[in-house]
Design a binder for this molecule. Structure first.
Ligand code: NAD
Ligand code: UDP
Length: 312
């Protein structure tokens, strides 16, 4: 059955792929974005579809529409962008959640929150399970994002308990792929752009910190499966690829896959940069019947091909 679906942050990296997937599955999609980090060019190819609509709007302001489902992705995701205006980042997460949950309550829509592995902060248990409460500095450089996302989870759970809103919370671990912004500042896009341009590859710190990288199509499979679970399952559920790499290993892989002559240089490690991160996906496997299919090299090759088309 055709559903009418609102995607906030729909012009961003993940949001634009999500809009495309939902349209391809036969739904009607409304993409809402303020174009802070997203771009019209990510979704312009969808405009010829009569079941697709774009709306310029900021989620910190109330919004009214009739839909069946809401995917709430609006929020800058890269540390450079979310730290650019930290007050706005908190407002986007918290007021955005209040506005979208209020809408979901009023129109009885199901609503999914794009939460993050950052709710675990610089984790002291490894790998991270959903039951771990995290280790977040509430006044650090990352707090606007981490605490904003944590408060959003709190709001989601309380709208569910107090007002019976049907909620889903996905904790997304580092996800990459085509349509990441070339100046986004996240590690995969930075390294690929630097490698393709023959510039130095900037490793922050000694490169021994780790991340687990998930290809965007796997992530979206998990996200859509979560939205389609029964009302009794709310999450939070980790979705990410458990294969963990150090940042140095990532740099070396990208140099090899691009055939670049770039040199690795070291720059200072930003404060509160998590030392390690790896999802425990036992819950996603059992509740969503989901696990990632695309391993890092395969995903990097596709992502490098994308960047070759836009990087001069
Ligand atoms: P992105 O920056 O490409 O997309 C975010 C989108 O939200 C952009 O289009 C931006 O313009 C829009 N936006 C920002 N503030 C807004 C506001 N106030 N009102 C309306 N729109 C606004 O980032 P992404 O990687 O696509 O991330 C999408 C979501 O997934 C975010 O909520 C992010 O926190 C979450 N997430 C992503 C990752 C990842 O690795 N990609 C990891 C964890 C969580
Ligand atoms: N990083 C790096 N060089 C870069 C960009 C990032 O060494 O040019 C490191 C960063 O310090 C962090 C890791 O790569 O340890 C992942 O950074 P990203 O901003 O992609 O995501 P997050 O820290 O939010 O996981």
């Amino acid at each position: 059955m055709k559903k009418k679906i609102l995607v906030t942050g729909g012009a961003g990296f993940l949001g634009s792929h999500l809009c495309e997937r939902l349209l391809n599955e036969g739904n009607e999609v409304v993409c809402l974005d303020n174009y802070f980090t997203g771009q019209k060019s990510n979704v312009v190819h969808l405009l010829s579809n009569p079941y697709f609509e774009m709306i310029r709007h900021d989620v910190t302001m109330p919004f009214f529409i009739e839909v069946d489902e809401i995917y709430n992705l609006a929020c800058p995701a890269s540390p450079i962008h979310y730290q650019y205006n930290p007050i706005k980042t908190v407002k986007t997460s918290v007021m955005g959640a209040v506005n979208m949950l209020g809408l979901a309550k009023r129109i009885k829509a199901k609503i999914l929150q794009a939460s993050t592995s950052e709710v675990y902060g610089d984790p002291q248990i490894h790998p991270q399970t959903e039951s771990y409460w995290g280790h977040v500095n509430p006044i650090g450089e990352r707090a606007c994002y981490d605490e904003g996302k944590r408060a959003a989870e709190t709001l989601f759970v309380n709208y569910h308990k107090q007002n019976n809103v049907r909620i889903k919370i996905i904790r997304i671990f580092n996800t990459y792929g085509p349509r990441m912004h070339p100046n986004d500042g996240r590690v995969v896009s930075n390294f690929i752009v630097q490698a393709l341009q023959g510039k130095d590859i900037t490793i922050y710190g000694d490169g021994s910190q780790s991340r687990s990288f998930c290809y965007y199509s796997d992530l979206l499979d998990g996200m859509i499966k979560l939205m389609n679970t029964g009302d009794d399952f709310t999450g939070p559920v980790n979705v990410g690829n458990p294969n963990e790499f150090t940042i140095l290993e990532l740099a070396e892989k990208i140099i090899r896959l691009t055939g670049s002559s770039s040199k690795i240089i070291r720059q200072p490690l930003p404060s509160d940069d998590p030392m390690q991160r790896q999802p425990d996906i036992t819950l996603a496997k059992s509740k969503l019947n989901w696990e990632p299919k695309i391993e890092l090299e395969e995903g990097l090759i596709k992502t490098i091909d994308f960047f070759k088309t836009i990087v001069k």
